[in-house]
Design a protein around this ligand. Sequence first.
Ligand code: CU
Length: 144
Amino acid sequence: MRFVGLLSVAVVAAALAAPASAAEVTVSGGWFRALPAGLPAGGYFTLHNDTDAAVTLISASSSACGMVMLHESVSTGGMEQMKMVDKVPVPAHGTFEFKHGGYNLMCMKPTAAMKPGAKVPVVLEFAGGDKLGVNFAVKNAKGQ
Ligand SMILES: [Cu+2]
């Protein structure tokens, strides 16, 4: 796999600031929906896999969250419920969108850093141990 190899997260984050090179896994449009009173913040983004191999997202973490879970919203009889997901495969040259009503990151116990207008770091971990560091914007409940 060619995108991040065994580089440290800090090195990966620095590499992301450089112009995109040929084949890698990238994130666009990452943001958290901050809610008042320490409620969990949903995270949304699009994962782009421009490599020739499938990748599988297995976990996420952030210093702005006590814990980050992968969730899927499932509508049952008009009720929307969140289901835990343990992996999200993205095919070679494919994309996967985490969006409202579908998949989301769930930031449990958000810290004071999780406030609208801020940016918070997120580390995505893939099967095999590759990690990708990316900054997410923080917006209010209206997405502003
Ligand atoms: Cu959720």
